[in-house]
Design a protein around this ligand. Structure first.
Ligand code: ME8
Length: 537
């Protein structure tokens, strides 16, 4: 750990253990991974956290239904599904937190004590609506408004005993039990003041507006304990109660840094997080409840919550576009897409073709199209042609960096300034634009090859210097593009560098690596097999 480098702490949601990861969960995890890799390439001391959310009534029920002796056994049996997929997808997380780990339980208990000592929790009776699949409480008013909206849209009235969830439209349950409450209502104004003072806290802007209007609508105190089951973190001062699963889960972001342990130095060094990456379904938890809990505990708030949209699929029966989710039974397994595209192209497709703030329909046709156009025909083809020509004309090597390498060429012009634009797009999670920046280099290189026709130059010994300049220019552009593509396609970039006898690992100083002239030349190069074999339509 290098204390002189700035810490960059980034997280994904911790996923529910009851369902295996699918394209949606993988989408969020890859998105955070790309950012983590980019920040490392820029020299930051990155901590990238993901994990599993293991407590709650649903988990205890699933364990029983699946014939496991304990909920813990059930959670343990699910861990490989997550860890293995993340490894396959080249997810570079530095830590993997599970909410059943002692380090997490200790942190949650400390936090609850802090809330009690600071006067922000109290015991009362809860009587209200609860969505079990979403683990979310709803007020009478929220439920009534939703029902009115449904009926206004011509839908049949719901069973009054089980009105429908305002978020997911599944039946709610009435819950009556003694509960600890968090004084969320005390944070309405402090939250509004915070959003105003930190306009970048919630991104994109549309999501920010959604949160603002929710908070302005008024906040009610939140039930944060359950006493009718025991699969959760016990309240240290009232063992009959376990922490509400969301309060438990949100705290993972600090317990993973050692909050509540004997050594809180990492917590002190890395908190607050630079960004939590989450889907739009859990925006209120991350942008309202989490900041309020932190304020109540006297802790700083994360710098940013980046909210992405959903991958969607069309329901063949109803014709409606739905969120892809395991519980709706419409989820596509990541393995299916990996079989078609391979891992790096999978990552590239979801990161370059989906605008990360909005919902995106998934289509196999579009995946093929993007793969063939961007990867097979443009990037892969460029690498093959260039390495092939270099090996052929320069005796298995790259030409030496020519004396006039600093002179203006179309390719040098195409590479200059790209880092700045790319870095800005990456930092804003605008991966589509960042990939387009790199594609600009790739296209310029393919065009430059066409226009300078190295195959013709190679026939004329008097033009050997010109040939060396052209091939060196193309290899230099490939070197730069491979570094810029590395966060998206780490294995392919590593393979390109290997074929060019360059460093095995990506750069830690991306800006410097993108400066024109870095390729010394003279080293062996290898054409190798096609990086992206063309897919049939
Ligand atoms: O909510 N498209 O866990 P979860 C895009 N345990 N992203 C999707 C998606 C889709 N169709 N479906 C899921 C939980 N996701 C809690 C989180 S954090 C303290 C606790 C992604 O397993 C998206 O990022 O339901 C969403 O927010 C997350 O998975 C929810 O995962």
């Amino acid at each position: 750990m290098a204390a002189d480098k700035p810490s960059y702490y980034i997280s994904t949601p911790i996923y529910y253990v009851n369902a295996k990861p699918h394209l949606g969960t993988a989408y969020c995890t890859v998105m955070a991974d790309v950012q983590a890799r980019f920040r490392r390439a820029c020299g930051a001391d990155v901590k990238f956290l993901t994990g599993m959310d293991e407590h709650g009534e649903k988990v205890a029920e699933a364990a029983e239904k699946n014939g496991f002796a304990t909920p813990q056994d059930w959670c343990d049996s699910m861990e490989p599904a997550f860890r293995d997929l993340w490894e396959t997808l080249e997810i570079s997380n530095d830590d993997f937190i599970r909410t059943t780990q002692p380090r997490h339980v200790a942190g949650v208990q400390k936090f609850l004590k802090v809330l009690l000592d600071r006067g922000y929790i109290y015991k009362d009776a809860y009587d209200g609506w609860y969505c079990r699949p979403d683990e979310t409480y709803f007020t009478e008013t929220q439920v009534r408004h939703h029902e009115e909206a449904r009926q206004a849209a011509g839908e049949a009235p719901a069973d009054p005993e089980h009105p429908l969830c305002p978020d997911c439209d599944r039946p709610l349950e009435r819950i009556k039990e003694e509960s600890w409450f968090f004084k969320l209502s005390a944070f309405e104004q402090p939250l509004l003041d915070f959003y105003e003072a930190h306009p970048d806290f919630i991104q994109p802007e549309t999501r920010r507006n959604e949160v603002l209007s929710f908070v302005k609508g008024g906040l009610k105190d939140l039930s944060i304990s359950r006493s009718t089951f025991d699969w959760g973190v016990p309240f240290p001062f009232d063992e009959k109660h376990v922490a509400y699963v969301w309060v438990d889960a949100l705290l993972n972001y600090i317990t993973a840094l050692g909050y509540g342990s004997d050594d809180e130095s990492e917590f002190e060094r890395r908190w607050p997080a630079q960004v939590h990456v989450v889907g739009k379904d859990i925006i209120r938890f991350h942008c309202v409840i989490w900041p309020a809990l932190l304020m109540a505990a006297g802790l700083p708030l994360p710098e940013k919550v980046f909210v992405h949209g959903f991958l969607t699929v069309r329901n063949e029966q109803t014709g409606k576009v739905e969120k892809m989710s395991k519980s709706r039974g419409n989820a596509i397994a990541p393995e299916e897409v990996i079989d078609l595209l391979g891992v790096d192209a999978y990552r590239y497709y979801f990161m370059s073709d989906v605008i990360h703030g909005t919902d995106a329909p998934i289509s196999w046709g579009r995946m093929r199209q993007v793969y063939n156009a961007d990867l097979a025909n443009s990037w892969g083809n460029l690498v093959s042609r260039a390495l092939n020509m270099s090996a052929k004309y320069f005796d298995g090597c790259a030409p030496e960096r020519p004396a006039g390498y600093e002179a203006a060429t179309p390719l040098k012009a195409a590479c200059e300034g790209v880092f700045d634009a790319y870095a800005e797009h990456m930092a804003a999670f605008n991966y589509q634009a960042a990939c387009a920046d790199v594609m600009g280099i790739v296209e310029a290189a393919n065009l430059y090859i066409e226009n300078s026709a190295p195959w013709a130059l190679a026939k004329d010994p008097a033009r050997a210097d010109e040939l060396a300049l052209v091939i060196w220019n193309v290899l230099e552009a490939i070197r730069i593009a491979a570094e810029l593509y590395d966060p998206f396609m780490p294995a392919i970039s590593a393979e390109v560098r290997r074929r060019m006898s360059l460093a095995a690992v990506p750069t830690r100083d991306l800006k410097a690596a993108c400066a024109w002239g870095g390729l010394a030349g003279g080293q062996p190069v290898e054409k190798g097999a096609a990086l992206f074999p063309r897919l049939q339509d």
